[in-house]
Design a protein. Structure first.
Length: 202
């Protein structure tokens, strides 16, 4: 997944480039909370538009309740053979998205689930939608279900490595969870000039 980035980009832009390199054309869920800064990089899926047609234009975002959105990656892969993503806002919405995640795990379906963590500096300060161990304890719950499939994107220096690890799991037909850390992903990253690879073939 050594995506060719010819100029300085933010972690969010590097993440979008990685998802596109995996062949993802559709991301479904609800914007807001910790996901809004990521989703501002994705254009909406317009009525009548087919995101799975493989047309250029990058990943499209479909607004859909988190429970249903959790099953979009399964439907996409089973119907078209293409990986898709589901996304949930910070907090309890992760549990709704997780219903589809459980099925993807049990049926060996490569799928991407994107969730957001509340900022580490707010731990103990009762933030809204607290995902820390003092709140919903989100990471522990996700890791209990996918011990090796949860990738916290919390540092620009390790972003590419963790995305390569996630890609490896997808190639083995296993779902992955990408946890967004806004502080890390808004930071700029130096250009990376490795040759681009073909879209993820499964």
């Amino acid at each position: 997944m050594d995506v060719h980035l010819a100029e300085t980009v933010t972690g969010y832009q590097a993440l979008v480039a990685a998802l596109e390199s995996w062949g993802i054309a559709l991301c479904a869920g609800v914007t807001g909370g910790g996901t809004i800064r990521f989703l501002e990089h994705l254009p909406p899926l317009c009525p009548g538009e087919d995101a799975t047609a493989g047309e250029p234009g990058g990943i499209k975002f479909l607004t859909l309740g988190e429970y249903a959105a959790g099953f979009v990656p399964l439907g996409s892969y089973l119907a078209t053979g293409r990986i898709a993503a589901g996304i949930a806002t910070t907090g309890a919405a992760t549990k709704l998205l997780g219903c589809g995640l459980s099925d993807a795990k049990l049926h060996d379906i490569p799928a991407v689930y994107i969730v957001a963590a509340s900022p580490a500096e707010t731990e103990g300060l009762s933030p809204l939608q607290d995902t820390s161990p003092l709140g919903s304890n989100m990471l522990a719950q996700l890791r209990a279900e996918l011990p090796d499939g949860v990738f916290v994107l919390d540092h620009a220096a390790t972003l590419r490595q963790r995305l390569r690890q996630a890609e490896d799991r997808l190639r083995r037909c296993q779902p992955v969870v990408l946890v967004l850390d806004h502080g890390a992903l808004q930071a700029e990253m130096a250009p990376h000039r490795a040759a681009p690879e073909a879209a993820l073939a499964l």
